[in-house]
Design a binder for this molecule. Sequence first.
Ligand code: UD1
Ligand code: CA
Length: 477
Amino acid sequence: MRAGVIHEMRLGILIMAAGKGTRLHSKRAKVLHEIGGRPLLDHVIAAAARVVAPHDIFAIVGHQAEAVETAVRSCGVRFVRQEDQRGTGHAVQCAEEATRDYDELIVLSGDVPLLQPETIIALRDFHLRQQAAMTILTASPKNPVGYGRVVRRKADAPEVTAIVEQKALTPEQEQIREINSGIYAFRRSALYAHIGHLRPDNAHREFYLTDLARILAAAGERIVAIEAEDPNEVLGANTIAEMMDLDREMRSSAARRLMAQGVTIFRPETVVIDPAVEVGPDTVIEPYVQLLGGTRVGSDCRIRSYSVLDRASIGDHVLIRNSCVIAESQIDKGAEVGPFAHIRPGCHIGEGAHIGNFVETKKTRLGAGSKANHLSYLGDAQIGRGVNIGAGAITCNYDGVGKHETIIEDRVFIGTDSALVAPLVIGEGAYVGAGSVITDNVPADALALGRARQTNKQHWAKNRRALLESRRAETKK
Ligand code: UD1
Ligand code: CA
């Protein structure tokens, strides 16, 4: 069966994403604003791609078209340009040529990002069963203000006679609670036979796709509506405040899912958890934690307040203390990190290892049981097992031009406040004396001292005090 073909019917999905988003007052195109850590359009494409192949998805782009295309190109969808944005009806009109090969079209809005694939499938199946020319996905949210309202032929009958935009509602129609979600299914032939009849005779001087309900009904075509089971799924985002409502909904549903799987989240309304995050049972997440991207956390961990984990992979029994920043790195079982540690991309902290306060690591492997407990920078370093990095030790990995690697073998002891000038190999079991500047490799089991030798001057302080006191006595005379 060819992708997009269902019961010998060819189905394509259009996503309207060309609008400017005037009500956002933002320089960025609306569909590129992020909720749940990803652009609005990304969420809509992900849902559509669970119903048809990416090749059968057409994103209609216009405002900041290049930026929008670049942001989602890797999804494999196709693009249709709407050069001037003259309304939702005009957007769909622009896709006529591109969608020639399809029998049925589902139209989604790029700014309705919580929509689930199951709901698109329910819309498709209802549309086909009803043999309708147009099927409208509707909802009855608590507050319908701002949405177009759906006028049914009779309450409880599936047939629709019109969609009326907020600004055109009669006082009587203002009582209607059923809204147009901006999501539709069309028999393609009926859609394009009538789309040329749209007129911009409305408050915004735009071609409204919604007017097709009235036009098709008047032409004797069958227009029906199906109500979404969960009205939250079809909430749109026209302002930043509405977008943040959707973001909160998405993140709190991620928190609820994790709690249902045995994760303890204190004050869940304060945490920010992206939808793809996974956390094992009996892990405790404290207030104001952020778990972002595809972060994975094992079981029996504790993530203390104010820590931000972005695309991190955390084993079981790990303790992340307060205010750590961990990105694109792996922390193995039983390790302890923080407080106030910065684990930058490309790090691997081994089993049972400790990273303490004010330690920054980048592209560094710290072997099992090794410790860097205080005030260090470890960059481009391969550090073995059972190593102790003293307070304030620094890998000097950058010479102003290139980056160089530091290799510290198993059971090495790096004294406090050492500067390790890379490239460098410190052999197994070696010692580096505190305060050393190490510029040459250190053989295994050696002691390296890279500092001026200490000299003690006997009685120097006492003699100086005596001298100063006798001078003062002279001047008083
Ligand atoms: C639209 C519906 C309204 C519905 C609501 C649901 C119309 C006229 N009204 O209103 O009945 O209740 O959605 O959220 O359709 N777009 C383009 N090209 C354009 C104009 C818009 O691609 O020329 C895109 C936008 O980027 C957006 C989508 O179409 O993703 C919807 O447009 P928007 O202006 O947000 O419509 P609403 O006023 O929300
Ligand atoms: Ca909208």
